[in-house]
Design a protein around this ligand. Structure first.
Ligand SMILES: NC(=O)c1ccc[n+]([C@@H]2O[C@H](COP(=O)([O-])OP(=O)(O)OC[C@H]3O[C@@H](n4cnc5c(N)ncnc54)[C@H](OP(=O)(O)O)[C@@H]3O)[C@@H](O)[C@H]2O)c1
Length: 320
């Protein structure tokens, strides 16, 4: 099968590798499309350096990618609920390949009417957005700010927040503000012009950038507000966001309003985000679809929304 492999930090190549076999409790999926997220970019680059031993352990075999969308073509022993021919989405390692093995607990059924490229935005980014809003206790009437709203996770979080009736403010560059309003945000702020921490009080913060001081983030909360912080884009090449995340986690021991974002694939949550796409409550913003051999171009680009690698021949020009 064709696979996108990491041959050195910052160097990826196409390779022909043997197809994996599903073990107990696993299915094998004929891959249609996979998302390209911040985590994939970091793993391909080997950034931050402190994570390289962990990345190296995960890259055996050396295939990148985590989002899976396709049709089951083999089932392992003990699998119930999935059969050959089922269309599924899921999350697991070594996904940028023609065939991918998934644990059934990290997979869900997918409506045949949902295009593969749209579904490819959901396993990592959609489930992360859903679980983050749950951690932040977002509900009807919540004043929610999504920081990094124009990215793969952020644009889905904006729509999920709007769907539950939150009043959503999107923080991203001005070029994406019109789209944020189309997605239902009531306001949009440019992080280059204003500090979102000065515009509280917020009932819920999903911080996907991690650029503002933690004390300022917590000071911007309402009395029952919750601050959920991801790794973000900050930090140096060696430790990356680790010091900040440790800082947030430490604050969280004394102040329950501070939490570090952690998300993991669950069948129920995968099914929920896929259902939101089926009903039209959530519309993935697919900014570009590339062929496997062109994936390096997408790793260096920041068009907004989600970029997707297609294993079934779909392509798009770079559309904003
Ligand atoms: N399981 C997990 O915990 C999990 C899973 C997935 C992702 N994540 C984390 O979530 C974060 C976002 O991931 P992603 O895939 O959505 O990334 P992404 O698609 O690259 O989006 C990042 C967004 O951040 C915005 N941004 C950059 N600098 C900013 C700043 N100073 N203030 C506000 N926004 C800023 C960018 O907006 P503009 O383009 O408009 O400038 C961009 O849209 C990453 O830190 C990633 O590691 C965690």
């Amino acid at each position: 099968m064709r696979a996108i492999t990491s041959v050195a930090w910052g160097r990826i190549e196409m390779a022909d590798l043997p197809e994996p076999l599903p073990g107990a409790g696993q299915i094998r999926v004929r891959q249609e499309a996979s998302g390209i997220g911040a985590g994939d970019v970091l793993m391909a680059a080997g950034r931050p350096w402190i994570a390289r031993p962990a990345f190296a352990a995960m890259l055996r075999p050396p295939i990148l990618g985590r989002d899976v969308v396709g049709v089951v073509d083999a089932v392992g022993p003990g699998v119930t609920g999935f059969a050959v021919g089922d269309r599924v989405l899921g999350e697991g390692p070594h996904a940028w390949a023609g065939a991918v093995v998934l644990d059934v607990g990290s997979a869900a059924h997918l409506d045949p009417g949902i295009p593969a490229e749209a579904a490819a935005a959901l396993p990592v980014s959609g489930v992360t957005a859903l679980q983050a809003l749950r951690m932040a206790n977002v509900r009807t009437g919540s004043r929610l700010v999504v920081v990094g709203a124009s990215g793969g996770v952020g644009h889905l979080a904006v729509q999920l927040g709007v769907h539950v009736g939150a009043d959503v403010t999107a923080v991203c560059s001005a070029a994406h503000h019109a789209r944020m309003r189309e997605l239902g945000a009531s306001a949009a702020l440019d992080y280059r012009d204003v500090h979102w921490t000065d515009r509280g009080p917020w009932d819920a913060v999903l911080d996907l950038a991690g650029e503002r001081p933690v004390a300022a983030c917590l000071a911007s909360l309402s009395p029952d507000g919750v601050y959920v912080s991801s790794a973000g884009t900050n930090g140096g090449p060696v430790l990356g966001p680790l010091p900040r995340l440790l800082g947030v986690a430490l604050r969280g021991r004394f102040d329950r309003r501070a939490t570090v974002l952690s998300a993991s694939p669950r069948t129920e949550d995968l099914a929920t985000v896929a259902e939101h796409v089926r009903t039209g409550a959530v519309v993935p913003w697919i900014s570009r679809v590339v062929a496997p051999e062109d994936v390096h171009e997408a790793l260096d680009a920041h068009p907004g929304g989600k970029q997707v690698v297609s294993f079934s021949g779909a392509r798009s020009p770079h559309a904003g």
